[in-house]
Each structure stands twice: as structure tokens, then as C-alpha cells.
Design a protein around this ligand. Sequence first.
Ligand SMILES: [Cu+2]
Length: 123
Amino acid sequence: MRQLRHLIAVIAVLAGAVSLTACGSDDDAAPASSQTTKRIDIKFEGNSVSPSGERVDVAIGQPIEFVVTADAPGEVHVHSDPEKELEYEKGTTILDLGPFDKAGIIEVESHHLEKTIVQLEVK
Ligand SMILES: [Cu+2]
């Protein structure tokens, strides 16, 4: 009986580790950094997106999350190095951009709409 309980505990730990690495994980996961997460709300509706080209300041090493609300699925293109394509679903999707470790301006675009969503000014 004791061994079985031990096995169950091991499985629970493994399951926890897997869910942490999964995409679009719940937002109750502990942040990797001590800096507060920068949350940017992005709303797609028809052929428009808001924000639309605004510049947003973020700190070097600061975790960044997009909270995307959309009426159709799509993806955002992050002009970081390396570049990232992040897909979102219809409804609300949380996209984790992770922190950036270099100063600079990173454009975030919707290629589908041919619009710049935000320019992240990392400094
Ligand atoms: Cu692009």
C-alpha cells in the first residue's frame, strides 16, 4: 500500500511538470522572474486590432503576456531575435512572450491584417 501511494505521488509530480511546459498554460503558474508581468490586452475584431501601433515600454528581463481577445483565430508575428509566431484562438488566449534580454524595439504585427499591433520598447 505504501508503495502504491509513492507511485501515485510520482505520477502527480510528473503530470504537474508536463502541464507547466504545455502551451497556453493557466495563469496561476508562478512567474519565472521576480519582475511583475507586463500584460498587454489585444483585441481583434473584423479587420481591426487594438492597440494599433502604440509603443509600450517593457523592462529588460520583464515577463510579457498578451491577453488576446479575438472573433476569429489567427497569429501574431513578433519581430524579436529569433522571431516568433504565436497563434491565438477565437475567444481569449494568453500568449507568453517571455522576457527579452536585449534593449531595442520589437515590432509585433498581424500579417493577416498587415498592421502593427504594438512596438515593444525594451530598455
Ligand atoms: Cu512580421
